[in-house]
Design a protein. Structure first.
Length: 78
């Protein structure tokens, strides 16, 4: 039930390009790495990861699979 109340606020914050957890501007985050073509993953200061879809220029929360893919790429590089 609480999810139904909170979700609309989180969607509005993401549309305004703000982190729903800490309200830090997502555009000002420097940790950006290419995940796939036209998809960039970034990590907020509160340690949540988001995906920037460069085609639609919108943010969404990274799924567990996307986070695993990101961590696997980091292990291969480093």
């Amino acid at each position: 039930m609480i999810k139904k109340l909170i979700m609309p606020f989180q969607i509005v914050l993401l549309k305004k390009r703000l982190c729903p957890a800490c309200t830090h501007p997502l555009d000002k985050i420097g940790n950006r790495e290419e995940l796939r073509p036209n998809k960039v993953i970034l990590q907020c200061k509160c340690k949540r990861r988001y995906i920037l879809d460069q085609e639609t220029n919108s943010y969404k929360r990274a799924t567990f699979e996307e986070e695993k893919e990101f961590l696997n790429k980091k292990k291969q590089i480093g």
